[in-house]
Design a protein around this ligand. Structure first.
Ligand SMILES: Nc1ncnc2c1ncn2[C@@H]1O[C@H](COP(=O)(O)OP(=O)(O)OP(=O)(O)O)[C@@H](O)[C@H]1O
Ligand SMILES: [Mg+2]
Length: 326
């Protein structure tokens, strides 16, 4: 895979979640606490990774960031404007600027439309190019994701998973977004085509100056593609920082456990070191205090089971939600 050339814009926050809470009614009663107070800043031009085990709230956060869902409490802002308050042209502008790429390249494309029609529809909705210029723009979009012009005439079922994901990316790009939130965009693909799609993200981001939020449970991809990373556990962010620093010196015991499950990423780590012991607790009834205390090798009582750790800053360090960070 190609190395990503770091692009360092001023630290301008483009998209932000502030103390976002989202709960769902569980099918068998009770409330699922999908997000329990998440704050996250996405800076202009960066690639931000979001990692965590299944069910920790990654997709819920993605949907809130792109405005497909709204928080029960807290706020999502884009260019400092509250997304929930946007109306009319401003709301359309937000949806144009912040696009999502979904995990499932099979379910996210309309099977009845040709690829050309799918892309043309996105262009028409936002009236970005004159009608007569649409075919040329469709061809340009296909070229941007390395698909031949003939692809426009075919329907989604005629393509492989990797090609379909490229079409999904072309559709997101059609409206010239400033941000793309990609939710596990390669995890449904064959390993053999994953690198190509990941490299396409890196390439497009550099060429177009995109801001990219890349959600994945694959730590190798995080290391390869992202500049900063946020680690989630049970509906909260437990650690957030520059990817290289977090990977080399993880401060939260959960981050350390996640990383030690992928020994090649951590010099000196042994595979024997148990990744994370025990089951993830239910988000219907998360543990009190620090939600990780039931699985944490460093937990001390009663503090870890009684007090929610606030983000602890020390000179030169990055925020970590732990009573006993490294
Ligand atoms: N619409 C919904 N109704 C009820 N529960 C939901 C809904 N959406 C998400 N949840 C629950 O919220 C929690 C967080 O789900 P989410 O899909 O955000 O996790 P995730 O980190 O994306 O997981 P995965 O890695 O499996 O994709 C889970 O317990 C999930 O079952
Ligand atoms: Mg998900």
């Amino acid at each position: 895979m190609n190395e990503v050339v770091p692009f360092r814009p001023p630290d301008e926050v483009l998209l932000r979640a502030r103390d976002v809470v989202r709960t769902f009614r569980a099918p068998r009663g009770g409330r699922v606490q999908a997000l329990r107070g998440v704050s996250l800043s996405v800076r202009r031009g960066e690639v931000l990774g979001v990692v965590g085990e299944s069910g920790c709230g990654k997709s819920t956060l993605a949907r809130l960031l792109v405005g497909l869902d709204a928080p029960d409490a807290g706020q999502v802002t884009f260019d400092d404007g509250d997304v929930s308050a946007l109306q009319g042209a401003e709301r359309r502008g937000f949806h144009r600027n912040v696009q999502m790429v979904f995990q499932d390249p099979y379910g996210s494309l309309n099977p009845r439309l040709t690829v050309g029609d799918t892309l043309a529809e996105a262009l028409r909705v936002h009236q970005l190019v004159p009608r007569e210029a649409i075919p040329a723009r469709v061809e340009e979009l296909l070229a941007a994701v390395n698909l031949p012009p003939e692809a426009a005439k075919r329907r989604p079922h005629e393509f492989s998973g990797g090609q379909r994901q490229r079409i999904g990316i072309a559709r997101a790009l059609a409206v010239n977004p400033r941000v793309i939130v990609a939710d596990e965009p390669v995890s449904a693909l064959d390993v053999s085509v994953q690198a190509g799609v990941v490299n396409l993200f890196a390439e497009l981001r550099e060429k177009l100056g995109l801001t990219l939020v890349f959600i994945t449970h694959d730590l190798r991809l995080v290391r390869h593609l992202t500049e900063r990373v946020a680690v989630m556990y049970l509906g909260k962010i437990v650690e957030e920082g520059v990817t290289g620093q977090v990977f080399d010196h993880p401060r939260h015991p959960y981050t350390r456990a996640l990383l030690s499950a992928v020994p090649r990423l951590v010099p000196g780590a042994k595979r024997r070191e148990a990744p994370v012991s025990g089951e993830v607790p239910s988000p219907l009834n998360p543990p009190t205090g620090c939600a990780f205390h039931t699985r944490c090798p460093k937990a001390q009582f009663p503090i870890c089971s009684a007090e929610v750790p606030e983000n602890v800053f020390r000179d030169g360090d990055w925020p970590v939600a732990c009573h006993f960070p490294d």
